[in-house]
Ligand binder design. Structure first.
Ligand SMILES: [Zn+2]
Length: 514
């Protein structure tokens, strides 16, 4: 399997495409204005202590100073200060911080309006599967990983890595026994970890890579903290391009190409530090065509927003995303003779299984997904289709649980994901139909108008009526429905006139009494 990553960078957004054997499989999009400061670590300077509020203002180089409350200071939070001993508390903030003091702080809430950023000294660094917390002495496992054996495996995985490091540090393989007997607290004296939900079913090696990454990242953060003058930023949550290098880069990635020189330099610098073995595969793209025209990525992204997906065999899929679930319906194309029917259905379902696996990744669909394969008589065919689906889903980075194929041909699966779907990132609800996907027909709207006219005339007195509606509705009232309008006018004994309001949608209208 040959894999390639293409990165398109503009001042407004970054788009990353993962291409396998020339076919787009995944798209990641990050829009610059949506990135906040949460997670950033600054070397700040205490600009003012507010004993009354048990807090301090910290200059972190932004327009407004950040706000640090005692409950967000590590040493103090660990002290047990009874709430009623107010004077003790007051002396405490002074004891821990001095004006002018330099301090490492992390943003936990973005600045809003006139309020500065909310800060903490409890620093943490996230990776794909873990969160590293230097001041935390334990291993925590996400509550969303429910399987007890899996929780234990992940826990042991980190402990084992740590004891391995300890062993290497001693430089003697004979010390294995000695170190396996080390206390957990000793192993963790370099900081603790929270294992994120995404780590479920991930191999030990991948967890190790994350631990190594976080250690290097922490070292470089501390290093910057030492060297830079306050106020300055020492760690920034990685932008999409660098997260890509961290999360997607694996041995089967043959090339990473990007169309921005500046990004290229940043990626190279990052790779030198964290994944030096990939340096030779990173390229600055200067081709004649836009980078996402390669492998028709741009077209594929457009197509990934359509409900209908054409299959080569002539059939097609209909993918429907609702709030509760996604349903995928498989249809055969043109009519096929009776003799070949079962075979055609089988082939269509097989092709659908492969296409669906790709579409789930490409559209980044999550939650419950119901697939309605075309009914198959042959039980062996049913088994084969389910097996094909499982096989193709195997390449997905997100965790997927498949239930069995029911006799009705329905397959239910759940796909865990952390990002929003492509549609949610790129689209907003259609204001004309409010997301229904269809509009009331012109006929329906005209009949609604007739009923509304009758209701109004019964309630209020008027000499004549004016109907304000969209062009298409007024056209219909004056043409196809003109006889009905004449009847209505005779019935209410009042004249009805029409006016086009270009801004109205087909469903919008007003009835004005004159
Ligand atoms: Zn619409």
């Amino acid at each position: 399997m040959s894999e390639e990553i293409l990165i398109n960078v503009t001042p407004q957004e970054t788009r990353v495409a993962l291409v396998e054997n020339g076919v787009l499989q995944e798209v990641y999009i990050e829009r610059s204005q949506k990135r906040g400061l949460v997670g950033n670590i600054y070397k700040g300077r205490v600009s003012r202590i507010l004993p009354g509020m048990q807090a301090a203002f910290i200059d972190i180089g932004l327009e407004r100073t950040g706000f640090l409350h005692t409950s967000d200071i590590v040493e103090m939070a660990d002290d047990t200060i009874p709430d009623n001993q107010e004077n003790l508390r007051e002396s405490t903030i002074d004891r821990v911080l001095n004006e002018g003091q330099e301090i490492l702080v992390q943003v936990i809430k973005d600045p809003l309006g006139t309020k500065g950023a909310r800060l903490t000294t409890r620093l943490s660094l996230p990776s794909r599967y873990l969160v590293f917390i230097p001041d935390y002495p334990n291993i925590g496992i996400s509550q969303r990983i429910e399987d007890e054996a899996e929780r234990e495996r992940l826990r042991n995985c980190i402990l084992q890595y740590r004891s391995g490091i300890a062993r290497l540090a001693v430089g003697n393989e004979d010390n294995v026994v000695l170190h396996s007997a080390m206390q957990e607290s000793e192993i963790l004296n370099k900081g603790g970890f929270i294992v994120r939900t995404a780590a479920e079913s991930v191999s030990d090696e991948e967890i190790y890579r994350d631990i190594e990454f976080l250690h290097k990242l922490w070292d470089s953060t501390l290093d910057k903290g030492d060297k830079l003058a306050a106020p300055s930023i020492v760690y920034e949550d990685l932008p999409l391009t660098l997260r890509t290098m961290r999360d997607l880069i694996k041995t089967d990635i043959e090339r990473v190409r990007m169309d921005s020189k500046e990004t290229y330099q940043r990626v190279m610098e990052f790779a030198r530090q964290f994944v030096p073995e990939f340096l030779g595969r990173i390229e600055y793209y200067t081709g004649e065509y836009p980078i996402l025209d390669l492998y028709s990525v741009e077209d594929e992204i457009q197509r990934a927003l359509d409900k209908k997906v054409q299959l080569k065999s002539g059939g097609y899929l209909i993918i429907d995303q609702t709030e509760a679930m996604t349903t995928i319906d498989i249809n055969t194309g043109a009519f096929v003779g009776h003799r070949n029917l079962e075979e055609t259905i089988y082939k269509t379902n097989l092709e659908a299984a492969q296409t669906i696996a790709r579409q789930l990744r490409l559209r980044n669909l999550g939650g419950i997904i119901i697939i309605d394969f075309i009914d198959m008589q042959n039980p062996e065919h049913r088994r084969q289709v389910l097996r094909a689906l499982e096989k193709h889903l195997d390449r997905d980075h997100s965790k997927i649980i498949i239930s069995e194929l029911t006799s009705l041909g329905l397959v239910q699966l759940t796909r865990k994901r952390t990002r929003e779907s492509l549609e949610h990132i790129l689209c907003e609800t259609c204001p004309t139909c409010n997301g229904r996907g269809s509009l009331k027909s012109r006929e329906t709207v005209c009949f609604e108008i007739f009923r509304e006219v009758l209701r109004e005339v019964r309630q209020f007195d008027a000499k004549k009526l004016l109907v304000v509606a969209s062009q298409s509705i007024v056209d219909m009232l004056l043409d196809d429905e003109s006889a009905s309008v004449a009847e209505l006018e005779a019935f209410i004994d009042k004249a009805i006139t029409f006016q086009v309001e270009p801004l109205y949608t087909q469903e919008q209208y007003d009835i004005v009494l004159m």
